[in-house]
Design a protein around this ligand. Structure first.
Ligand SMILES: Cc1ncc(COP(=O)(O)O)c(C=O)c1O
Length: 482
């Protein structure tokens, strides 16, 4: 077996005598992306043109994305080749390790037949899974002759990933970062500038959308919806020089993340295991899709080693799109510049509270994930941020990796699965995505350590109010609008 097996020494305070935590890389970086659209039992509802309410065409997306990415967005091919130039860059940190959380299992006192594995994506240049899609997006833009890419970022992870990828292919990057995160994480700005990219707090005065938001509320903390509007405005007002890039939600972005799950499938074979449940946190859905879809594809094709394998998306109670949002056509941004996507939404004007998981503060969800949830293929759960940080803290103490606030939600989901299995006396193999490290998130970890972290959940009335402006709840629906 060509596997690289690393063994970590035992820790006496956990009472171990022998080597008991293992990490494997032992597989190669995939040569192709996996596209779940080939295996969907029911095709995805199409994006609608916001003015004409007809399915969007490639031309509708052309001002924002290069043709190659638009083709990927609508492709129903099961596998698409990863260009060698992209693989060469990804090979700096991929394949990422799959780690048995043996020390955490021990700390939690789990029985031997409840096993937890995690895929660690924090070893990428920007510290999370986001670089998996940033590299190909910059590559295809460069090939298409794009002169600059504009984007938004919540937690700063996506902006960092795109900024770093920009310097791989010599493409300038302009980032609009949600103001509350910009202020909480000054070193994300420093990282992005170290890559030679530009960064602005959003709302900013650089765009009409930003200026309007500031006029309405000079203290506006910002939201991903506003930052997306600013990045799109900056792109479309560039006289064709710039394109726009999104770090989640769209189908091609989710597909680029499939390297995670494809590697995990092969790596779990080295352990002789197959998951009973695959867990990921969800903001726009890309890291969850990345780890889950290759397994879900097997289930849909009736090829899964465990036909009842389950898939659990974990989101914050502060921004509960999948668990409490409406499934309807809605805009992806606050200024209503994007096409209408059918997904679970809290309304494009929704202003989530300033919780620490900046990357999970998005009003909507990836259409593919929403579609799969509606088909009953995946499950979703919302957790409070203090519970998530409690889980993340115990994971850190045992496994030595300080998680990003977003990732703590997946850790809490995995923990609940483990506790349920142990209480029921059932065997369970749990696989979760440890999508990023929290080294830029010390503000949040400091608040947690001081006991100053707050929980949020929305009163039903407030949610109803937020949903009032969702076009899909006011008569816009496919195929009625055809
Ligand atoms: C570390 C991390 N995890 C998760 C997310 C959420 O995004 P997605 O649901 O697309 O994985 C983000 C977004 O910024 C992030 O930075």
């Amino acid at each position: 077996m060509a596997a690289t097996i690393l063994r970590r020494a035992s820790s006496s305070h956990l009472g171990w005598r022998a080597f008991s935590a293992k990490a494997v890389t032992g597989t190669s970086l995939p040569k192709q992306w996996y596209n779940i659209q080939a295996d969907l039992p029911v095709p995805l509802p199409p994006p609608l043109h916001p003015g004409e309410l007809r399915p969007c065409t490639a031309e509708d997306f052309a001002p924002l994305f290069p043709a190659s990415l638009i083709e990927q967005e609508v492709s129903t091919e099961r596998h698409l080749d990863i260009p060698e130039e992209v693989r060469e860059v990804l090979s700096l940190w991929r394949p990422t390790p799959l780690i048995r959380a043996s020390r955490w299992e021990k700390l939690l006192g789990l029985p031997e037949n409840v096993k937890i594995f995690y895929k660690y994506e924090g070893g990428s240049p920007s510290g999370s899974h986001k670089t998996n899609t940033a590299v190909p997006q910059v590559y295809y833009n460069k090939l298409a002759g794009t002169k600059k890419i504009t984007t938004e970022t919540g937690a700063g992870q996506w902006g960092s990933a795109l900024a770093w990828s920009g310097c791989q292919f010599g493409l300038p990057i302009e980032v609009y970062q949600v103001k509350v995160s910009y202020e909480q994480k000054p070193y994300r700005k420093a990282f992005i500038e170290a890559c030679g990219a530009e960064i602005f707090p959003s709302p900013s005065t650089k765009t009409a959308v930003g200026a309007k938001a500031l006029e309405e509320d000079p203290q506006c903390p910002g939201s991903l919806g506003i930052a997306i509007s600013e990045a799109i405005e900056a792109c479309v007002s560039s006289a064709g020089e710039a394109k726009y890039a999104l770090g989640s939600v769209l189908s091609h972005v989710l597909m680029h993340q499939s390297v995670i799950g494809q590697e995990a499938l092969e790596q779990l074979k080295l352990f002789g295991e197959y998951p009973d449940v695959v867990v990921g946190c969800t903001g726009g859905g890309s890291n969850f899709a990345g780890i889950a879809f290759p397994f879900l594809g097997q289930k849909l094709r009736l090829e899964a080693a465990k036909p009842n394998v389950r898939f659990l998306a974990v989101e914050p109670t502060a921004c509960p799109s999948l668990t409490r949002g409406a499934y309807a056509y809605d805009f992806g941004d606050t200024a209503k510049l994007t096409p209408l996507l059918k997904a679970h939404t809290l309304g494009s004007g929704f202003m989530p509270p300033s919780v620490h998981s900046g990357g999970l503060r998005y009003h909507s969800m990836a259409p593919v994930i929403s579609h799969l949830k509606e088909l009953g293929t995946i499950e979703a759960q919302a957790v409070q941020q203090t519970a998530a940080f409690d889980a993340g803290s115990s994971f850190f103490r045992a496994e030595g990796i300080l998680p990003a606030p977003e990732a703590t939600h997946a850790i809490e989901g995995a923990l609940q699965e483990a506790r349920q299995a142990a209480a029921a006396g059932e065997p369970r193999v749990i696989l979760f995505n440890m999508c990023g490290h929290g080294h830029f998130d010390m503000f949040a970890w400091e608040k947690y350590a001081k006991g100053e972290m707050e929980d949020f959940a929305f009163p039903e009335e407030e949610l109803k109010e937020a949903l009032k402006n969702v076009p899909g709840l006011n008569g816009v629906d496919w195929p009625r609008s055809a």
